[in-house]
Design a protein around this ligand. Structure first.
Ligand code: NOJ
Length: 586
């Protein structure tokens, strides 16, 4: 049984004089995160104040009023910890230090205070499936030093033959041979990201200790990076070589994952007397798995990021994107919306720093960019679950163009191009350019477009990754000025969600499940109803309103185009038409 004491060595009862910069939690018992809209900041690309071409924490501080104006309730900050930046900070070499390029702990403290002053909460990224190979633990582990010798997965053996056939998410084998220790070590991501051995109780204690250190600083939650990969099948057996990522069945939702989650929550989150939000990034998770993580009798997470909807249309790998199929997309959402309605909670997102820009993936980033970006926002803000907005989504920022491999920065994209050429699948970069421009993570990481000034107002230096060419047209300054902009529409959507519990708590019912372009659903909470109608296509369409959708008392609450306020017998929908109707009483 887990020892019930705080792992810092201080008994739990003594730890919890609340830190002075904590944001008070409302008293009605409702977790704040159910009613919140979360904004994700990718710090490297948000706002640079020291002209080194890299965003920084003072740059975020400069923009907290912008976040307040947008109306979001919480910020999820992608990693700002000390890191060699092999994977832009998801390779951490010191969990308790801020990387120099972003500032220092004082800057971070100022950010927390400025956010809290505006009632905006701060969710920190927690990356504990792996560390950097430059973390002290790994340096000492590779020297075989106690007690760190067993902090990672080490296997001795023939330096030519990896211990098993598992793939790395970033291409190639998940094993690298270390000449110093004369053994292989496991890394499900880059070779500079060795996996921590969670079977070792000392690893877990160190992780919980570090989480408590951040909780003591007044943060409001954790986004937990690939957290369902922390348990691996005993003995690390070979994976099935014939499907997707080889080995996944041995490291996704592994055998001891529930034990680790409950222990982690019990020794960290549960010891804090304020409401803390946790969102676990969980690739390969089903609704049933998710319920075990977030349900009433589950492990205690608030919600998870699932990925089913992000891969609709993909072939064997993400690089092999096919036709988007709205019917399949609807089925996935119906399953998640109803599956976690009574027990659990959803997260809702269409973009983040690992995905293409949502308007490019799911909308039309050409002729109907405005309309489709607004439609996608209407969708994410009217579902059951906490909506996440990724920086620039509120402007309708698009995918970028990358002329050559030299313009790419992401290790995953660069590996993909190099492997394709090495394996003979491509002759040169141009053969894979379409795939890169469709799905590479660099698309989401281009600098935030603040204005039509040089470098989109992001930096006075040379940006670390090229600014997307369309910044003169798509930027915060112009979006702020126009009443009809995507930004202003997002502000209204966020207000609408805050003002209508039916959009937060209402039951979800899908209409027209087989319609190829209309996504319509009702949310119902007691007497209150919301009807959301979305035409997910470039073509106008008309649908009859079936009897099972009562419309008499509905009034238009928001729309992305000019439409009459009432509901007739049919919906005549323009391309990318998006409408939310609410019952009059609301
Ligand atoms: C998921 C993160 O979102 C991604 O950016 C990172 O590369 C991997 N986990 C590894 O930490």
């Amino acid at each position: 049984m887990a020892v019930l004491r705080c792992l810092t060595g201080t008994p739990m009862s003594q730890r919890h004089s609340p830190p002075s910069n904590v944001l008070a939690t409302e008293t009605d018992g409702t977790p704040w995160w159910k009613e919140a809209v979360v904004y994700q900041i990718y710090p490297k690309s948000f706002n640079d104040t020291d002209a080194d071409g890299i965003g920084d924490i003072p740059g975020i501080v400069e923009k907290v009023d912008y976040l307040d104006e947008l109306g979001v309730d919480a910020v999820w900050l992608s990693p700002v910890y000390q890191s060699p930046q092999a994977d832009n900070g998801y390779d951490i070499s010191d969990y308790r230090a801020i990387d120099d390029q972003y500032g220092d702990l004082e800057d971070w403290g100022q950010l927390l205070a400025e956010l809290h002053d505006r009632d905006i909460r701060l969710i920190m990224d927690l990356v504990v499936n792996h560390t950097s190979d430059e973390h002290e633990w790994f340096k000492r582990s590779r020297r075989g030093e106690e007690p760190y010798d067993d902090y990672y997965y080490w296997r001795e053996g023939d330096p030519e033959t990896p211990p098993n056939n598992w793939d790395s998410f970033f291409g190639g084998s998940a094993w690298s041979y270390d000449d110093e220790r004369e053994a292989w070590y496991l890394h499900l991501f880059d070779e500079k990201q060795p996996d921590l051995n969670w079977r070792n109780p000392a690893v877990r204690e160190d992780v919980y200790d570090m989480m408590n250190w951040w909780l003591d600083r007044g943060i409001d939650g954790f986004r937990m990076d690939v957290i369902n990969l922390i348990s691996k099948t005993e003995g690390l057996p070979d994976g099935d070589p014939h499907g997707g990522l080889v080995g996944a069945e041995h490291f996704m939702n592994g055998p001891r994952v529930h034990e680790y989650f409950s222990e982690m929550i019990g020794q960290t989150i549960d010891t804090v007397d304020r409401e803390i939000m946790t969102v676990g990034e969980t690739p390969g998770v089903s609704v049933e798995d998710a319920r075990e993580y977030v349900g009433e009798d589950g492990d205690g997470l608030s919600m998870v990021f699932q990925f089913e909807h992000m891969g609709v249309g993909d072939g064997d790998s993400k690089w092999d994107a096919g036709e988007f199929d709205l019917v399949e997309f609807k089925q996935i959402f119906e399953r998640w919306q109803t599956g976690l309605a009574a027990d659990g909670w959803n997260s809702v997102y269409l973009s983040n720093h690992d995905q293409p820009r949502s308007v490019s993936q799911f909308g039309n980033d050409g002729e109907y960019r405005q309309e489709s970006a607004k439609l996608l926002g209407t969708f994410t803000h009217t579902l059951h679950g906490t909506p996440f907005v990724y920086q620039g989504e509120e402007l309708g920022m698009t995918n970028a163009s990358f002329e050559s491999i030299d313009e790419l920065r992401d290790v995953e994209a660069i590996n993909f191009v190099e492997e394709a050429i090495q394996d003979g699948d491509a002759e040169d970069y141009d053969d894979v350019r379409d795939a890169i421009e469709a799905v590479a993570r660099d698309n989401a990481r281009t600098p935030m477009q603040w204005s039509a000034d040089a470098n989109a107002g992001f930096t006075d230096g040379e940006p670390w990754l090229k600014v997307t060419d369309n910044y003169a047209d798509i930027n915060v300054a112009s979006e702020r000025e126009s009443r009809d902009s995507i930004f202003q529409y997002y502000r209204r959507l966020i207000d609408l969600r805050h003002d209508n519990d039916v959009l937060i708590y209402g039951d979800f019912e899908l209409h027209y499940p087989d319609h190829e372009s209309v996504f319509a659903y009702t949310r119902t909470l007691g007497e209150d109803r919301a009807l959301i109608v979305l035409n997910w296509s470039d073509e106008p369409t008309t649908v009859d309103i079936p009897d099972d959708i009562p419309t008499d008392d509905l009034e238009l609450a928001i729309a992305n185009q000019d439409v009459s306020t009432g509901v007739n017998a049919q919906f005549e929908l323009q391309p990318w038409d998006a409408r939310v109707y609410l019952t009059e009483s609301q």
